[in-house]
Ligand binder design. Structure first.
Ligand SMILES: C[S@@+](CC[C@H](N)C(=O)[O-])C[C@H]1O[C@@H](n2cnc3c(N)ncnc32)[C@H](O)[C@@H]1O
Length: 257
């Protein structure tokens, strides 16, 4: 098991890093808030194709978004009848979320907290969700048990993160992932890129399965995402790479009753 005290500095560092870059996420946040379509990840893969939420009742569902950032995922779910609460440790991101709530609606509660320790009553939610929030910026040895605590028995967890393969191929520089492995999978947990002041967390699949199960989840699905045919290169990923290999993955798990 990885070092569970890894958050001794990562929570503060990630909050600082996200406060420093919050302004860069206003534009993307605005684009997402101004549409109703649920999409996933860098290439906005449509939910109708991805199916990460298939069969989950959203109308009337209590939802907690762990690392909500500008809050568009919660907004999309609220527009489908869900009652979301957005959790994020970064003031700058939450300020954008509040601004978009006022601009586009709807409003929903927002709580400033890290995914590792959420100041909300356990057993209160039907769905815990994270798209690049706690899913990569919080320590999985802490946020996954915390997500399980927050859920009602039978509640579901859905989260999107970089794929393990992407993380293994992502160079430690401002370059896109190449076709070579540049870091070991063994012991993969805390990942720090020199061009980013934040700290990311990624686990190999076997360890992720183990942590999910030991946190009280049964694993339902692992959905691997690829870039669509008309995709364009992004800062850290080329379309060609993501058309051949999964650049992102979505885990779906259910809290055991
Ligand atoms: C790329 S955003 C993802 C949120 C949303 N999907 C978006 O794109 O606006 C990453 C978010 O993770 C948040 N974050 C950083 N550290 C975190 C932690 N320990 N727990 C939960 N979220 C964290 C950041 O503040 C940031 O808002």
């Amino acid at each position: 098991m990885g070092a569970v005290d890894d958050t001794s500095d990562s929570i503060a560092r990630n909050r600082q890093a996200w406060n420093n870059t919050a302004a860069d996420w206003v534009g993307p946040g605005q684009r997402s808030w101004s549409t109703d379509d649920i999409t996933w990840g860098e290439y906005a893969n449509p939910e109708e194709e991805v199916g990460a939420l298939t069969g989950i009742r959203l109308d009337g569902a209590d939802v907690v978004e762990l690392g909500c950032g500008t809050g568009y995922i919660s907004a999309w779910l609220a527009r489908r009848g869900a009652r979301p609460v957005g959790i994020d440790p970064t003031e700058g991101q939450l300020a954008s979320a509040r601004r978009f709530q006022a601009e586009y609606g709807p409003r929903f509660p927002i709580v400033q907290a890290a995914g590792e320790a959420v100041p909300l009553r356990g057993g209160s939610f039907d769905l815990a969700i994270s798209e690049y929030g706690a899913a990569i910026w919080a320590d999985p040895y802490q946020w996954l048990p915390e997500a399980a605590r927050l859920l009602r028995p039978g509640g579901e967890l859905v989260f999107l993160c970089n794929s393990v393969l992407f993380t293994l191929c992502a160079p430690d520089a401002e370059e896109p992932a190449g076709a070579a492995l540049v870091r070991p999978q063994r012991g993969l947990h805390r990942v720090e890129y020199t061009d980013d002041e934040g700290v990311e967390f990624h686990l190999p699949h076997g360890e992720m399965l183990r942590v999910l199960r030991s946190s009280g989840f049964e694993v339902l699905e692992l959905i691997e995402l690829h870039a669509p045919p008309d995709a364009e290169d992004q800062q850290y990923i080329t379309a060609a790479w993501a058309q051949q290999w999964p650049h992102e993955e979505i885990w779906r798990a259910r809290k055991v009753a």
